[in-house]
Design a protein around this ligand. Structure first.
Ligand code: ACO
Length: 694
């Protein structure tokens, strides 16, 4: 049974006082719900004409759902009573739980345990309630009830719910279901996503979230949903606040917002930055069919807005359609000679609704046009109502989206009202219309998007297991040079390296590797070795002893307390471009894989991209092409292209490594040297950290 199937609802805390939450909920429910309603209040016998019970247990009939609006301290005992009464769902409106601190969190845990005991589901606590315009369930204390519509909305912020309901009633925007998630103690966005996906009344899903409860589950679910229904998300907290204890570049760069971006991209979610955008897009999806492609035709009765719209469309990724001959002939025939019959079509300032009509009809009939944007500015000869009626009538005959921007104030409002009544989205400015149209194009692409399974490489898992258990047996979570062997076991090419502890062995190791070599101090206490002169490159046979001693002396001088585990003798890798490739684990979401331009500027330029493991080839490719320095990798000014395939291969192998070994919390391959096409890249240095076992 879902929340919205309830045939009988009890309101615990139904107050006698009109300004109290419990009273408002009861009033809302009475006004829209035809199932059985039971107010619960030990101090009243009847409220709003309905018989009241002192306790849910006193209700003589079965109760499917309880809405709880009593002070938090008594919520557990109310829940216990609901459990005994075999209530299936409790919507806990009361605040005073996890959001208030430790004591509140304990109270919330208590509620979760009671719900588990009785196999009862909880919405909230600390929520605004839920609304289903189909069944009439409205457990909110909102002063406005929404109209019926096809937008399914859920929000982690209750206050935002209240504001949106108010706005929607002014704008005449309708909803199918409206859900306030609250603290998500039990039911979370994934549960409601499934409900909205299954709901035939929901065409578009809007979500406001601050964090996900189960990132991997969300991806799995939304990949399926977004192929059929657009999911538009406003995720709060793009800016990273609060210091995080991280030891690597990857960790520093991978703020949790990058994780969300990666999740959304990989699951076909359309992310927006503001509430305005959220509802702009919702209007488009709710009212209009998706366009076949990105070719837009613009009709305008003013030159300037036409140019603004053209710029906005092109900036967003739309293309101005080239009309078919037949269309041009028809426009020529129907429009005055001063009109511009090419895209954007300018029907001129004295345009009547007939002129708009013949133009729109021609463009809707042109198979080179995927969508139409109609701009209107108030002009003496133009009647916005007549134009709006014309648009409504013509657009209803075609399966092609029409969006409008009637610009201005009171002069265009009556026309906008007609558009609204006829489900034609209108935007006060062409830029907003262009963004909304592009979101529809993106959604169309999402419906065609495939999510191939990740490529599985033949790797040496056993070696990695041994390396990890040996580190664990020494109580180490920080891997040393053995991290390079982990990469090798997963098929990522590494530079030849040997650790030595005296100059003589350094010379022996260099003989084995081949000159010239690089020497680096090995110390868990030094993060940036080159800064203190503890890295010497291009060392030849005649100065190997001297270089070894120099490194040790510099380390002792600048970091006398650092533990020195030895000196690394490493193959000198030829010149190439340095990139960084890594992974970091987000406790809620999983492993993020990062790729970017490496070297000393990595944290300044932040030219990096992220994907969520497990990656497939398509995601790896898009991660590479998404960085700004991509053109450099492809070869600029006659330079040969770099071996991008081997970067993609390494990304996929790192992804497989962290998927196979979730105990890895951080990998930082920095640098990974990339050479010209055909030569495989090589990992020069790597940091790897395992999870501390509790
Ligand atoms: N069972 C049933 N009813 C009871 C019980 C009981 N065990 N005990 C008391 N009641 C009755 C009371 O007698 C009272 O009715 P009355 O006014 O007729 O006497 C009614 O329940 C309400 O109890 P009060 O103690 O008066 O509580 P009040 O209504 O002031 O507050 C509330 C309860 C609204 C749940 C409050 O504790 C609260 O949490 N407020 C915040 C709600 C909130 O913001 N939630 C998040 C929404 S999202 C957003 O931000 C918009």
């Amino acid at each position: 049974m879902t929340v919205f199937d309830a045939k009988s609802i009890a309101i615990v805390g139904a107050s006698r006082e009109g300004n109290k939450v419990g009273h408002k909920i009861l009033k809302n429910l009475i006004s829209s719900y035809s199932g059985s309603i039971y107010p619960i209040n030990p101090n009243a016998s009847e409220i709003l004409g309905i018989a009241c019970y002192p306790n849910v247990k006193d209700i003589p009939n079965s109760v499917d759902m309880a809405v709880i609006a009593v002070p938090s301290k008594i919520v557990p005992s109310v829940l216990e009573d609901c459990g005994v009464k075999n209530v299936k769902t409790a919507v806990i409106i009361s605040s005073g739980f996890k959001e208030t601190g430790i004591e509140g969190a304990k109270l919330e845990k208590q509620c979760i345990n009671i719900a588990k005991k009785y196999n009862m589901q909880i919405v909230g606590p600390n929520c605004f309630g839920v609304i289903d315009t189909d069944s009439g369930i409205n457990t909110t204390f909102a002063s406005q009830s929404p109209l019926k519509g096809n937008i399914g909305f859920m929000s982690q912020s209750g206050a935002l719910c209240a504001a949106i309901l108010d706005w929607a009633s002014t704008e005449k925007v309708g909803f199918s279901k409206f859900i306030s998630l609250g603290n998500k103690a039990d039911l979370s966005e994934n549960d409601f996503l499934q409900i909205l996906y299954d709901d035939p009344n929901t065409k578009v899903i809007l979500i406001y979230i601050e964090g996900l409860k189960d990132g991997q589950g969300f991806i799995k679910l939304t990949r399926r949903i977004t192929k059929e229904k657009p999911v538009v998300v406003l995720k709060a907290g793009r800016t990273e606040s609060g210091a995080r204890a991280v030891a690597s570049h990857t960790g520093t760069l991978a703020g949790s917002d990058n994780a969300y971006d990666a999740i959304f991209k990989q699951s076909g979610i359309i992310r927006v930055d503001s509430s305005e955008e959220l509802f702009d897009y919702a209007m488009a999806f709710s009212y209009q069919p998706l366009p076949k492609g990105n070719r837009v035709a613009i009709i305008t009765n003013a030159g300037g807005p036409g140019i603004i719209a053209t710029d906005a469309c092109e900036k967003k990724g739309l293309r101005l359609a080239s009309f078919k001959r037949k269309t041009i002939d028809s426009l020529k025939e129907n429009l005055p000679s001063a009109a511009n019959i090419y895209n954007p079509v300018d029907v001129l300032g004295d345009a009547t609704h007939e002129r708009f009509a013949s133009t729109l009809e021609s463009l809707m009939n042109d198979s080179n046009v995927d969508s139409v944007l109609v701009l209107l500015t108030p002009q003496a000869m133009t009647d916005p109502i007549a134009v709006a009626n014309t648009i409504a009538e013509i657009s209803s005959k075609y399966k092609k989206p029409v969006l409008c921007s009637f610009m201005g104030g009171s002069a265009v409002v009556p026309g906008i009202d007609v558009l609204k009544e006829n489900n034609i989205p209108n935007y006060s400015y062409p830029e907003r219309a262009a963004s909304s149209l592009m979101s529809m194009v993106i959604q169309k692409r999402i419906t065609e998007q495939e999510y191939p399974n990740p490529k599985i490489f033949d790797v040496d898992k056993e070696t990695v297991k041994k390396i990890f258990s040996s580190a664990r047996s020494e109580n180490r979570v920080n891997l040393g040079l053995e991290a390079l062997d982990v990469l090798k076991a997963y098929g990522i090419p590494i530079s030849k390296s040997i650790i030595v502890s005296n100059p003589k062995d350094a010379a022996k190791a260099a003989d084995e590797i081949g000159y010239p070599v690089a020497l680096k101090v090995v110390s868990p206490d030094i993060l940036h070795k080159s800064d203190i002169g503890a890295v010497i490159t291009n060392v030849k046979r005649d100065n190997i002893i001297k270089s070894y001693n120099q490194i040790i002396n510099k380390t002792l001088k600048f970091m006398p307390k650092a533990r020195i585990l030895g000196v690394l003798v490493q193959e000198m890798v030829p010149d190439g471009v340095e990139i960084i490739l890594g992974s970091t684990k987000d406790p809620q979401i999983g492993h993020l894989v990062m790729f970017g331009l490496g070297g000393i500027y990595v944290e300044i330029l932040k030219d990096v991209s992220f994907g969520l493991a497990p990656l497939n080839e398509k995601i790896a490719e898009s991660m590479i092409s998404n960085i700004k320095a991509y053109s450099l990798l492809k070869g600029v000014r006659g330079e040969k292209p770099y071996d991008i395939d081997s970067i993609s291969d390494s990304l996929l192998r790192v992804s497989q490594l962290v998927t196979d070994f979730p105990e890895i919390v951080e990998i930082d391959i920095n640098p990974l040297k990339v050479f010209e096409k055909g030569k495989r890249c090589k990992a020069i240095d790597v940091r790897m950290i395992l999870e501390v076992k509790k």
